[in-house]
Design a protein around this ligand. Structure first.
Ligand code: C5P
Length: 478
């Protein structure tokens, strides 16, 4: 077996390795092992310096949390409840939380580093002066990397050290250097928990922003003793950790019903031909996804598009403007309606039952009739008009002026105006530049936004809707 001396690698590779190791919270040696294993398994994590710099973990380290990954440093203190920390590792891992364990000296009387490593699938740390991890200030790395430090069981002694800032072993040094939130699961005899010194320490730690789960009341390990001091159950601790790592997102539109139209419509000419437009549906779909993320109960009514249905959104697929109107009316009442569809203005008056044929006299005449205007129909309803109706104005010239006129003519409350001249690439593209026109009695406010992705436009629009819902307390649908 060949051996590798990291010191002899060239500077660029060594720097990239150190950076990658620091970001993934591993020692440099462990990181090399991971890279070699991935390379042997044929994973794309190649070993050139360039490749190292362009690895996803290097390019976007902060995105781990965005995709739901999280890492906990679990400090296991020396108490009889330490055996429950092994179950806690499992509970955290089943929540897609990576766990890296640190055992105090006392903890090792109750559980072994081997058991903690086996369950966490990571190396376990025990010594402040371990040359293997300390050559690159391992305790600082353990204290700073990851997303949360959990101490379970948090003994009276560990808590006293924390309260007084003592750092004479690896666990207390990590806690003193911590750059991430700390969750303690205290566990001790009720006499220790009720001792004035412990009470002072608990108060100090709480003032310092340390979060605690438990202790619970119950039987102690000591025969015949009961009271406050039992460590919270592993499931409770894991749930508390998850709440800190993934706090529930605010849902300002919870309880609100929303209707959104999107995409083009197809107006049949005969069984094989139709009138259509270039709308991709991306903007309407993005709005539906953003509304769902804000907690709304969303119905999306879409013309023919090549997009997957947004998760969690009731999606109804339609073809023509008349289908769309029928489903829109069937979806009422709603609190908020956003009409982002590019509905065809006209349809063929008499749809051919058979495929139209070329004739000797030339083109068959196509007589067009106007489609129902869905936005105007809903905006002008006497009964069941949604309290907030938002339309879109896709224009190729005189954008704001045309949008103002449209706001009045259609009778909606807000208009999102966007320039769809071919040079903008908006139709079918991924970006959009919009102006939000809001009617306030007789006045119209124009809010111009910078160029954004369609997802960003959707998020911004939904944020405005949420603000309006909160400040204007939109009524319930009638
Ligand atoms: O008149 P124009 O098509 O420019 O109006 C655009 C707005 O009106 C969009 O919100 C669109 O969804 C809506 N609209 C509609 N039904 C139509 C035409 C447009 O709902 N037949």
């Amino acid at each position: 077996m060949a051996s590798l001396t990291i010191r002899k690698l060239d500077d660029a590779i060594r720097d990239a390795l150190r950076l990658r190791a620091a970001r993934s919270g591993r020692s440099v040696e462990d990181e090399v092992r991971v890279i070699l294993r991935e390379a042997a398994e044929g994973s794309p994590s190649a070993v050139s310096a360039t490749a190292l710099r362009t690895l996803p973990g290097l390019a976007a380290p902060s995105s781990r949390r965005d995709v739901g990954l999280a890492r906990v440093t679990l400090i296991i203190g020396g108490g009889i409840a330490a055996y429950k920390a092994l179950d806690l590792i499992r509970r955290l891992k089943e929540r897609q939380i990576d766990v890296r364990c640190v055992l105090t000296k006392a903890a090792q009387h109750f559980v072994t580093p081997l058991a903690a490593s086996a369950l966490s699938h990571e190396r376990c740390y025990t010594d402040l002066f371990d040359p293997g991890s300390e050559f690159d200030a391992g305790h600082i790395r353990l204290a700073r990397n990851g997303d949360l430090i959990v101490v379970a069981p948090a003994t009276a002694d560990l808590m006293a050290k924390m309260a007084h800032g003592t750092a004479d072993d690896l666990a207390s040094a990590i806690l003193l250097a911590a750059g991430v939130p700390i969750l303690l699961a205290p566990a001790m005899n009720p006499l220790m928990w009720n001792n004035a010194a412990t009470k002072r320490n608990v108060a100090t730690l709480q003032r310092d922003g340390i979060v605690m789960i438990g202790p619970n009341a119950g039987e102690m390990a000591e025969a015949g003793e009961a009271g406050m001091g039992r460590m919270a159950e592993p499931l409770e601790i894991a749930q508390a950790a998850e709440r800190l790592l993934r706090p529930p997102r605010p849902e300002p539109l919870a309880g609100k019903r929303m209707l959104i139209t999107a995409g083009p419509t197809h107006e049949p000419i005969d069984p094989v031909r139709y009138i259509a437009n270039r709308s991709s549906g991306k903007q309407g779909f993005a709005i539906a996804a953003a509304a769902h993320a804000a907690g709304a109960d969303v119905t999306l009514i879409s013309g023919p598009v090549e997009l997957g249905d947004p998760a969690g959104v009731r999606t109804i697929h339609v073809e023509s403007a008349r289908d769309m109107l029928r489903h829109v009316e069937a979806t009422l009442p709603v609190d908020i309606a956003i009409f982002a569809a590019a509905v065809a203005d006209w349809r063929v008056a008499h749809e051919g039952e058979q495929k139209l044929k070329k004739t000797a006299t030339g083109m068959p005449p196509l007589q067009l009739v106007e489609n129902p205007d869905i936005l105007a129909t809903i905006s002008h309803r006497k009964e069941g008009r949604p309290p907030l109706v938002i339309g879109f104005a896709a224009e190729t010239e005189h954008l704001i002026d045309n949008a103002r006129t449209k706001l009045a003519r259609k009778g909606c409350d807000w208009i999102v105006a966007n320039d769809v001249s071919p040079s903008t690439g908006v139709m079918g593209g991924d970006r959009n530049t919009v102006h939000l026109l809001i009617r306030h009695g007789g006045n119209i406010d124009v809010d111009s936004w910078p160029v954004m992705t369609k997802e960003e436009v959707a998020t911004e629009l939904i944020a405005h809707v949420a603000k309006a819902v909160v400040t204007e307390a939109l009524g319930q649908p009638s």
